[in-house]
Design a binder for this molecule. Structure first.
Ligand code: ATP
Ligand code: MG
Length: 369
């Protein structure tokens, strides 16, 4: 799939933009604060009707203006689509596909898949387990609706059980329902573990190979899934995982009551990332951190491609800084298959580009190539 062209009206710092793209690599370059990230954000918005950095849709509309839109010609599943998001202050956004109004953002699913890498994604390597769980959840939710449903249910149960554990001393009758919530959390949790384990196995088939290539064969990335200790085989069917989760809950029952927190379950899962056998979180350099985070995202992109038969559009925001020449060359020329958008600051990196098209952005306008 690819974005053939985009039209923006009063979107962020773009008054109006009409721009056609290459189906291969598009390098978006320019000085700071000119609109490079905004352009990627516009493309990503048409994929999920949400922005990775705006809390509210109104932030996307140009300051001092009442409404704006993002419109794109997209080629997907052997067909042409016109996708449009109309944004207006004080009103809900409206989404259209080929002129037909969509009832929900869910109806956009599968038309334009994107994988976005932005500077915040370095947290995937640097931060605590929550950042990696979010990555896993985002990827698996897009591929498996059943997982998305189980995750929503698990979160609801977790919040409820947390409230029981927090308030039981003041209100002992709450304990009557504790076992019921624990059981349902274990049932739903077993489903999450099963799906996560399978996704991570597939990620292991892709991400380490990408990282090896990216680093010129210098570094070995390894991944492992850390879940509830009593689970012997996380890839087993959920019904086999369930009794193991219940056993863990049982042994932590007293500790949960005393600490007033949910201590047992896959809400504590992690995806451990090692570089040459040592923890990337604790020891990776800036360039290694970026390489590893990007390898995870690119691994996810390959899994999407296998699942859907089409490459998702890859959006790389500010990925080149901190990378040495070899690694920059990998990003610019060796990510094969599918359409790629890369933003960068210096125009000299554009010299290293063998294929594709460059766009110079200045003040919310394309001023050259
Ligand atoms: P950098 O290289 O620093 O990452 P960039 O080219 O990616 O820069 P953007 O994040 O795209 O820059 O932002 C460009 C400008 O858009 C910023 O100066 C910002 O103030 C402006 N901007 C953001 N939202 C709006 C809005 N709603 N209306 C008008 N301008 C906006
Ligand atoms: Mg930017």
């Amino acid at each position: 799939m690819n974005v053939k062209s985009i039209e923006l009206d009063f979107f962020r710092n773009y008054v109006h933009l009409d721009c056609a793209f290459s189906p291969d690599v598009n390098v978006i370059y320019g000085e700071n604060a000119q609109g490079k990230t905004n352009l990627l954000e516009a493309v990503a918005y048409l994929s999920t009707a949400s922005s990775h950095r705006a809390r509210y849709d109104r932030e996307l509309i140009q300051f001092g203006v009442g409404s704006g839109f993002i419109k794109a010609q997209v080629f997907s599943r052997e067909r042409d689509f016109t996708l449009e998001a109309r944004l207006a202050r004080g009103a809900r956004r409206q989404l259209f596909s080929n002129g037909v109004r969509l009832k929900t953002a869910g109806e956009l699913a599968g038309i334009l898949n994107t994988v976005l890498f932005c500077p915040e994604d370095l947290s995937l390597i640097r931060d605590g387990a929550a950042a990696r769980r979010r990555f896993l959840d985002d990827c698996i939710c897009q591929l498996r609706p059943r997982y998305a449903a189980a995750l929503a249910e698990y979160r609801r149960l977790y919040e409820h059980k947390t409230r029981i554990l927090r308030d039981w001393e003041e209100k002992p009758s709450l304990l009557d329902t504790l076992d019921e919530f624990s059981l349902r959390m274990a049932q739903t949790g077993a489903i999450l573990i099963h799906y996560r384990a399978h996704f991570i196995r597939r990620l292991k088939d892709h991400a380490p190979a990408i990282h090896a290539d990216f680093s010129g064969g210098r570094e070995i990335l390894s991944l492992s899934y850390e879940t509830v200790k009593t689970v012997t085989d996380p890839e087993a069917p959920a019904r086999e995982i369930l009794p193991q989760l219940l056993a863990h809950q049982e042994s932590h029952r007293r500790a949960e009551l005393e600490s007033r927190q949910c201590l047992s379950g896959p809400h504590k899962d992690d995806l451990t990332v090692l570089l040459d056998g040592i923890s990337a979180k604790d020891y990776a350099s800036q360039g290694q951190t970026r390489t590893a985070a990007l390898s995870l995202k690119l691994g996810c992109r390959e899994i999407f491609q296998q699942e859907t038969g089409e490459w998702p559009v890859l959006l790389l925001d500010d990925v080149l800084s901190e990378l040495d020449h070899r690694r920059q060359e990998f990003v610019l020329n060796r990510i094969s298959g599918g359409q790629v958008f890369i933003t960068c600051c210096e125009d000299d990196t554009v010299q290293g580009l063998d294929q594709g098209t460059a766009f110079h952005i200045h003040g919310g306008k394309v001023v050259g190539g």
